[in-house]
Design a protein around this ligand. Structure first.
Ligand code: NAD
Ligand code: NA
Length: 400
């Protein structure tokens, strides 16, 4: 069969396996040539490893100088009668293949990271086959739902404002149009549920259980990812439900840092740049900002994708020559520093003021935005023959 891109709204309904493989290889090539991670970890667990920042972390840590063995946990779907499967499914497979070529472990666990059984499987594997200890745990989940461990009922996150509703233009990738969308205000329950799903509670639980199982090495670090952004986007992000959840995540970072002190370990939250990922395209009214940001950062030559961000995080912040991890006054790692640069933000506000549904493809960098989205799903990559027939049976034979 020939695999065509299918996009519904901002959701990809197909993925190209060999395009995903090419995207993995491109990221590996980038980190191999980049400033290397010196003094980095050798045994790493990445929770949320199959796409976005988690996948980029895994690639940077394996191929960007640290030569880390990695365990990746993710929630993805393989090929079936319903379709070819998700991009993350293939990212896992082709990452592992590339890692094994370098004699590195690239073990994949596919299933629910929130479940007790997933924690147990990972711990058993660490003890039996991974050398017994981890020296870094990356927490990079992005999801809309989390089961309550006590009742099994689902908490659902909402992307809403707190205080006043906001109306703003939002991109529909399927139709290449911008449509006004209103973000309503959240109820107390919705704020709490979003905190449960995207806050730090599950991160803390993972670290507690790994610590009780005695699989954290002395000096073990852990890092989770956050977003803050400029004041212009505060109503939709930082001061909305997602931002509330992130504040909980930041507080969890401090709590875990205290807990890990016992073994000489450290916990950090890294605030990252706004990027196109499977998760971020869902945030209403956010797209004009990303379009303007990409355009300005591209023109200034400081644009980064997930892989550039993660290689810089590990080589220049979390590891590297300096004695201490550089953090801001709230103890956050700021790898969003280039995004929040004064001159970048001044130009972004000017550009954002000009963006309309009629002109956004020309004024902002919609080409980059859409290309990033298509490439997340294995499409629009150079060097891939999209006319070549893909054998579904051969794909079914590939295992994570
Ligand atoms: P993503 O959607 O690309 O990746 C999410 C990962 O979580 C995937 O590997 C997915 O399989 C996994 N996952 C989701 N639910 C799961 C479950 N129940 N069990 C196991 N695995 C599950 O998302 P992303 O954009 O890379 O986000 C990762 C983190 O980075 C989030 O905390 C996000 O808030 C943060 N962040 C994102 C941006 C951005 O612009 N995209 C910016 C700053 C920070
Ligand atoms: Na991720």
């Amino acid at each position: 069969m020939i695999i065509e891109p299918v996009v519904k709204g901002v959701v990809a309904r197909s993925a190209h396996p060999y395009g995903c493989q090419q995207a993995i290889r491109n990221q590996i090539d980038y980190v191999r040539a980049a400033e290397p991670i010196v003094g980095g970890p050798k045994k790493v667990l990445v929770i949320g490893a199959s796409s976005g920042f988690g996948l980029a972390s895994r690639i940077a840590l394996a191929f960007g100088g640290s030569n880390a063995d990695t365990i990746g946990v993710s929630f993805e779907r393989g090929p079936s009668e319903k379709g070819v499967g998700t991009a993350g499914w293939y990212n896992n497979i082709f990452f592992r293949e590339e890692a094994e070529k370098q004699d590195l472990i690239g073990k994949n666990f596919v299933g629910d990271a929130f479940s007790v059984s997933m924690r147990q499987q990972v711990i058993d594997y660490i003890k039996a086959e991974f050398g017994g200890k981890l020296d870094l745990v990356v927490y990079s989940l992005a999801t809309g739902v989390r089961p309550d461990p006590e009742t099994g009922e689902m908490w659902r996150s909402s992307i809403k404002t707190i205080g006043e509703s906001v109306t703003g233009p939002t991109i529909n990738i399927e139709t290449d149009t911008m449509e006004p969308m209103t973000i309503d205000t959240a109820t107390e329950e919705e704020i709490e549920a979003t905190k449960k799903v995207m806050g730090g509670e599950d991160w803390e639980s993972w670290i507690d259980i790994l610590s009780e199982a005695d699989v954290l090495a002395d000096g073990c670090k852990t890092v989770a990812y956050s977003y803050i952004g400029p004041e212009a986007t505060y109503p939709i992000y930082h001061k909305g439900t997602l931002g509330r959840a992130k504040i909980h995540l930041h507080d969890t970072g401090d709590l875990l840092n205290d807990k890990l002190a016992r073994i000489g370990g450290e916990a950090y939250v890294s605030v990252c740049k706004a990027l196109v990922t499977k998760a971020s395209v869902f945030i209403p009214a956010f797209s004009p900002y990303i379009l303007a940001l990409f355009k300005v950062m591209q023109d200034k030559g400081v644009h980064e994708g997930c892989i550039e961000q993660m290689q810089r995080l590990f080589s220049q912040r979390l590891y590297g020559p300096q004695q201490h991890v550089p953090v801001d006054e709230q103890r956050l790692i700021r790898i969003d520093d280039w995004e929040l640069d004064d001159d970048v933000q001044r130009q972004v506000s000017q550009l954002m003021a000009q963006i309309t549904p009629e002109n956004f493809t020309a004024v902002g960098d919609y080409q980059r935005y859409k290309t990033d989205f298509m490439q997340l799903n294995g499409f629009w990559l150079d060097g891939v023959d999209y006319q070549e027939r893909v054998n579904l049976e051969a794909l079914k034979a590939l295992t994570p």
